[in-house]
Design a protein around this ligand. Sequence first.
Ligand SMILES: Cc1cc2nc3c(=O)[nH]c(=O)nc-3n(C[C@H](O)[C@H](O)[C@H](O)COP(=O)(O)OP(=O)(O)OC[C@H]3O[C@@H](n4cnc5c(N)ncnc54)[C@H](O)[C@@H]3O)c2cc1C
Length: 624
Amino acid sequence: MTPEKAASETYDIIVIGTGMGAGVIAGDLFDTNSRLGSGAKSVLVIEKGGLPFHSHCLNAARPSGFGEDRGQQNDTFFALFKENYQFKDPNQSKEWKGGPMFNLGGRGAAWGLFAPRIHDDHLRKEFGNTLYQQLVSNWYKEAENLMDLFLPMTNAIHQNIMERLNIKTEAECQWQWGRIASEFSESKNFDFAVGAYSPIDKLLEIAMSKDRTPDGACIEHPNWKILINTDVRSIMRDDDNRATGVVVRDASGNETKIFLKQDLSGQPLADTKIVLGAGSVGSPAILMRSGMATDLKQNDGLHLTDHDIFARSFTFRYLDPSVREKVGSMKLQSYVRLKSDTIALVNMAVDSSSFLPRDFLPTQFFTNEDFPKLIVAHILPTSLNTKNTIELDDDGEPVITAGRDPPFSNSNPDVVELRELTKAAIRTVKDALQLELRPTDPDDTNDWDDDNFFKPLELGGVAHELGTIPLKGSDPQRRYLLDENLKLRLCEGIYVCDLSIFPFSPEVNPTLTLVALALRLSRAILPRTPFVASTENTIYVMNQTGDPIKVFVSNRAGVTLTQEEINENKNGKVLGPGEKVARERSVGVDETVMVYRLDYNSRDVYLPRPVPYIATPGRVCIIE
Ligand SMILES: Cc1cc2nc3c(=O)[nH]c(=O)nc-3n(C[C@H](O)[C@H](O)[C@H](O)COP(=O)(O)OP(=O)(O)OC[C@H]3O[C@@H](n4cnc5c(N)ncnc54)[C@H](O)[C@@H]3O)c2cc1C
């Protein structure tokens, strides 16, 4: 597919980017379309990069760790495939390790899979009560299902360590397994584990499931298309300040205009949308190139911010080497409320350094690969750094000012408190597992309490920089750019969904929250349960199976059936994909919907036995 070919059609929804925000939305919109039949919307996805990864990098061959550890190596891929940000002050680049990855899936191809939720207190305070309620009651769970959230089996040794840590840590810690977004094993026979989550798999599955003509040419999906290697330069707007489409540039530098659907007078249709998900720097750059730079500045946008992540690592040996096999790898987490009332996330990796930054480890200990590692890493939340900003250079490319403010300090009271907690936790694990730290086992006479106890991770080191197009939080004094539905206030028809939307930098890795918000946005711009003017005494049945089905609705309520329903009931009511039927019944009386699905390889013969569903008057009963 080329930009010129894409421009020969118009679209209901244009999605920009395929990272953890936009990529999740692009895949979810395809699924929604397949349930809606003739109600499907036409979607165009545009990705700047190509296809270096067919899945998350951890599902592919990778360096074996060079004898260092049971290494995960996703950060090796990040280092190799990322580009560097352009800094206004070149000195700031020294403190930065991150940068964008332009490829299908964005940085979702190399992320570290650690998927904690934001603590309730921060979520409510910073995102506002409505978003807090919706995330906790629904969207976090949806995101965790999508991402195959994994919690390991707990045996007695693991339970003992967690209990010892909970008892011995003075601050109120509740240690639990770290939450990892990967299916490590599949319990069903001969089903392959899907492995580390990234949005790439779904997008490729869609691309590979296209039909072909008899001579082998691909037939595009009627309502879902993707352009790769295509850079979105700007969003076009009409005189009413409504998005009309995008200007894209292909790899040869040619520019093409691609439009949203229009009415007969050439105006964009009312419910057409652009979803912008080009990342914390890419998305504001597109808006700035679209003439919105001043609005972004005036509404507290562009403050690219990363939180402090800092860690202490040790190499150790088990006094009884056979214990190592019994314990295996452990990755634990706990929230901790500090005296300042700040909530931090504490992470501990025992012999599973793969899930935490490995370059905290002193290289001289790598000579013997058999020594396991013990790492304690902390994340502190921070508000958006108003000294940081983004400008455009003469070519329209972003130039960033992004430092750490205040600088990381081991004497910061929160950090000092976390140092004591770390020491207590390490002693506890040492005792519980009978470990000896190498080369020297710290004790009361041996001062491990030096001024450089923790080393901070460089900014952007795990790509958590965010906050450049913040959503409306709960603080009425704070300026913002997106309403709580992630709709841009500056212009009609634009939604944003990537890390730029965060109104603060949380105490946790941000991706799970982003994916939860992405699913929420996807279902809002293209609902799976369409709004029906619901009459309380009516049952609505909608077919979202993607195939025709035949339905009968029971009549426990004993209403007098219309002649139309009597006729339709002779052979059952056939519903095509996306179609629905309404049946008048009685308020408060649930009915059974008998659903007959198509027989094998048939378009009109239905299986003899139905599948029963329960339908409640006043609601839509979705058959999926
Ligand atoms: C090494 C590493 C470890 C990490 N570990 C974790 C972890 O354990 N837990 C966690 O929560 N997070 C982790 N992250 C962070 C996680 O990867 C990010 O939170 C997430 O990828 C951000 O998604 P996004 O959608 O904001 O942006 P991105 O993933 O950066 O996606 C942006 C997309 O937009 C595309 N794009 C950019 N400009 C344009 C344009 N002009 N036109 C069209 N397309 C464009 C890009 O190519 C890309 O596909 C890690 C990241 C890295 C690199």
